[in-house]
Design a binder for this molecule. Sequence first.
Ligand SMILES: Cc1ncc(COP(=O)(O)O)c(C=O)c1O
Length: 374
Amino acid sequence: MRKEGISVISFAQGEPDFATPAPIKAAAVEALEQNITRYTPAGGMPELRQAVAEQLSRDTGLSYTFKQVTVTSGAKEALYLALQAICDAGDEVIIPAPYWVSYVEQARLAYATPVIIDTDEASNFKLKPEQLAAALTPRTRMVILCSPSNPTGMVYTADELQALAEVLRPSSAIVITDEIYDHICYNNNFCRWLQVAPDFAERTLVINGASKTFAMTGWRIGYAGGPVAYIEGMRSIQSHSTTHPASIAQYASLKAFRPSDELDAIVAHMKTAFQERRDLMLEELAQIPGVSCLVPDGAFYVFPNITGLLNQPLRDGVTCATSKALAEYLLEKAHIAVVFGEAFGTPGYVRLSYAQDNASLREGMRRFREAVAR
Ligand SMILES: Cc1ncc(COP(=O)(O)O)c(C=O)c1O
């Protein structure tokens, strides 16, 4: 539509709209100038793996070595490799819904069976211990947790994680904790799985990366940290597929993963901007009859309930029966892009990203409001 000259405002993107911080860009230039353009070992440069291990040690209070880390082409590859390396056909992978879209497909690609647990608004879209207990079977190989969550922005508290750990302790399930939005949390309530359940270190893979925190989605730098046996399995697959992310991006990421007051200040600035936009987005949503929304504590998404807009004539006399149909209607008639809840396993909702400037956000929401006016 944009190519046809139509002004489309997209709330669909899953990435910060900020530029990558200057010190990281400068390091990439330095990499080019120093001809750091050759192969690195599979799984990344040892010094980068070491920097990530130190970051993980600081984050969790545990002690990581570089052998417990592989650096991947985005957090997505880290997740993919984990599923490929660990899961066999018929293994069950517990995934709470709404989920980030790729978990389910990646489990299927590993011939594992995704076991989806539906959460609801009443529990702030968080997995309840009794739900987890009911889903565990002798075939459960893995549980995937994501906090702050894409798509809901919800953040598990320490108590909530503790309750899940209690349920999992007698099982042998491996935990994948996707912490890619760890630095985008507004209530200072974010708590890491391994801080709460350090006894799970031998069966936990931490997934994270540079994409969201440092506005580096295109650089494709993610990582996994965990037991050497899993990491070695993952690196083995990596060595026969992508080998490693681009050497230039790796070199620049050393800046991102090593402690830096300058970068801390830039990340804090981005977080403040996201929080202001979240509040603006919530204000705008509150003005749309038929839409209600929980207040997300993290990431840069809202996940409003739009069931009040379904099955009744909207502005153009159109009736939408599903959130998918509503998303299509909004794109065609209002020229705004949102992601329908079906993509995250939870119909009746849409996901909107507020990672954009205030003027576009206001204009996009004006279009939304007008398009669904009765
Ligand atoms: C929850 C979650 N995990 C992982 C990823 C993948 O991140 P990357 O771009 O580093 O591959 C995303 C990206 O949207 C995400 O939202």
